[in-house]
Design a protein around this ligand. Structure first.
Ligand code: OXD
Ligand code: MN
Length: 614
């Protein structure tokens, strides 16, 4: 770490920043002049630096050291109680034209927002250290790897960015070579006066997460929660990167990426989009229940894809870590995640056990008799409140994952064979359906919907259309995003090697509200059907929402599933699908003239098929 100056106004020749890029130096200097930190540190990404920051945070009470025998090198952070999730209502796309943000984003005029933010950032780092973090999204050498610099006044953000991205010298070298870089400015918005005692989780009730797609800039104020503050993730790798990808002809998507190997050695790479907290991480780390099947993990949250010179769709994971939801993760639901979390993990807002380890709802069948909950209060099973926050998280490096595929960091990426969309739907959508064409697949992605979970603010359970699971993450007009997907389809025509597109629903409920499908490792049964479709060994049954498996083609052997339930979960009720298609029209209408005609056609074809079916 290079420490430049004790005060931005006292930078001396001896404290030269480790960059020759005037644009970078000037930006850092300009931010320091605005935010007036006590000192500036350039982050080099070394282990020594990480340990020093962790020690400082332990000293300040921001991190609690866990029992090193049970959870080596691991820490617990407890956030402010109002800083626990992404704040979509405070997330803005500040494009020059309002139309470019589209109807599903909050738009703000860039000049007005800059002036608001400049006011908020004025002296916002007073008394704190301003860290400059060069970071790389993607492995060095991939055609879609991009670089950014995050300035933050939060050491928690520095350490977390060090897990989630490639920080320090490697990234700075790419900048030195002349690469354009994204400006990502973050402040917790809690200046410290001289002698003032700091709090454990500084933040500000006023929050702004702002994106300027034209100038590739991010300004985030007031929150230290990962999704708002680790700017390489949602802000850059999805919102800004999606705008870059539109301009440059590639895709930045909210997807996980896995490699599947069948017992016969058939290999396929699957990229899957699910709204937040719908089992995406569980899918990415699936331990298949069918013998001989293997799932290897390449990514759990974000995928960048491009059409290569041979017309194949290739993908990388731009991240280097997992920022996963803890509750519900257990040795039975996701043993791979549990193994990944053996140590070197930062937990946020989980509960603390009496022996200095972590616990969250769903981790064990039996609840511990006593815990300290995520708010720092004593907790017993009778407390009547969750011990861990429903959106509590773990932050851990991918290379700790026992199922990580060796290629997760290969700059050549992997060829995508199948794309999967999914959501949490109690009814209507069957367990799995295959799109009839690329355009139909884009329609299924555009109109996908899910019942709301705790990863963002909002009413739990409410059905929300979440196009491509990108509703809070597309940095431009959602209709243009759909059009962009259609244009990628045009480019794939060159090779004719279209990934097949599927839609899955692990969450369909039967009588009395019980889940019909066991999910988790048994989802490999659905993956097997997809692989059979890829290999051309099975056909499908035509339905208004696409091709359904024949009951006999879905491997149900060894599964405790009543025949009626199996039939129900594969069934499609035309009236329900028609209702859903009509409901989706409000989204197509809302998006208005930017909705591609092709998607309206897919919508009316779906309704026509429902009519023919009934
Ligand atoms: C996440 C999210 O944190 O999607 O990954 O909210
Ligand atoms: Mn996500």
């Amino acid at each position: 770490m290079t420490i430049i100056a004790d005060s931005p106004n006292t930078a001396s020749a001896a404290n030269v920043p480790p960059t020759t890029r005037a644009d970078l130096f000037e930006w850092v200097h300009g931010v320091a002049n605005l935010t007036k930190p006590a000192r500036i540190e350039w982050v080099d990404g070394s282990l020594a630096e990480k340990h020093r920051l962790i020690d400082e945070m332990v000293e300040a009470g921001t991190l609690i050291t866990l029992n090193s025998e049970l959870r080596p090198n691991s820490y617990l952070a407890r956030s402010h109680q109002d800083d626990v999730a992404r704040v979509e209502s405070r997330t803005f796309i500040c494009s020059e034209s309002e139309k470019d943000a589209g109807p599903t984003n909050n738009w703000a005029d860039p000049d007005e927002m800059r002036s608001t933010l400049s006011g908020l950032f004025t002296e916002s780092m007073r008394g704190r250290t301003m860290y400059v973090i060069p970071f790389l999204m993607g492995p060095v050498g991939s055609p879609v790897t991009r670089v950014g610099v995050e300035i933050t006044d939060s050491p928690y953000v520095v350490v977390s960015m060090g897990v989630m991205t490639r920080i320090g010298r490697t990234a700075l070298d790419v900048i030195e070579e002349g690469a354009p870089w994204v400006r990502a400015l973050h402040s917790v918005g809690a200046p410290l006066d001289r002698g003032e005692q700091d709090v454990e989780w500084p933040c500000n009730p006023t929050k702004y997460i702002c994106h300027f797609p034209e100038t590739r800039e991010i300004w985030s104020f007031g929150s230290a929660y990962g999704g708002n503050a680790l700017l390489g993730k949602k802000a850059f790798a999805l919102r800004i990167a999606s705008a870059m990808a539109r301009d440059e002809g590639w895709l930045a998507e909210h997807m996980m990426l896995v490699r599947i190997t069948s017992p016969e050695g058939q290999v396929a790479h699957i990229a899957a989009a699910f709204p937040s907290a719908c089992g995406k991480t569980n899918f990415a780390m699936m331990r298949p229940t069918l013998p001989g099947w293997q799932v290897e993990t390449l990514g759990d949250d974000i995928v960048w894809m491009w059409v290569d010179e041979n017309g194949l769709l290739r993908a990388i994971n731009p991240e280097a870590g997992f920022f996963g939801v803890a509750p519900g993760t257990s040795d039975s639901t996701n043993p791979v995640a549990m193994q990944t979390l053996w140590g070197n993990t930062v937990f946020t807002n989980v509960a603390l056990t009496d022996d200095g380890d972590v616990w969250w709802e769903g981790m064990t069948k039996e609840k511990p008799a006593h815990l300290v909950d995520w708010t720092g209060q004593d907790w017993t099973p009778d407390s009547g409140v969750p011990a861990a926050h429903p959106n509590s998280r773990f932050t851990v490096a991918i290379d700790q994952c026992p199922t990580a595929a060796a290629e997760w960091a290969d700059p050549r990426g992997v060829v995508v064979d199948a794309i999967v969309f999914g959501g949490r739907r109690s009814h209507t959508m069957p367990l799995v359906t295959e799109a009839r064409s690329w355009a139909h697949g884009v329609y299924l992605g555009a109109t996908m919907a899910s019942e709301r979970t705790a990863a963002a603010e909002g009413t739990l359970g409410e059905l929300r259309r979440d196009p491509f699971a990108m509703a809070p993450f597309t940095g431009y007009n959602v209709g243009d995003h759909w059009d962009h997907w259609l244009s990628i389809g045009e480019r794939l025509r060159v090779s004719g090697r279209f990934p097949r597109i599927f839609h899955v629903n692990w969450f369909r409920r039967g009588e009395g509200g019980r889940f019909l499908w066991p999910g988790f490792g048994d989802n490999v049964r659905v993956v097997k059907w997809m692989m059979d479709r890829l290999a051309g060994t099975v056909s499908g049954i035509d339905s208004p929402v696409g091709l359904l498996p024949k009951l006999g083609d879905l491997e149900l052997h060894g599964l405790d599933l009543a025949a009626d339930d199996a039939a129900e979960i594969l069934s499609v009720d035309s009236a329900e699908i028609e209702r859903d298609a009509r409901d989706a029209q409000s989204l197509l209408t809302l998006v208005g003239e930017t909705t591609p005609d092709v998607l309206w056609r897919e919508n009316s074809d779906t309704i026509d098929r429902c009519r023919e079916d009934s």
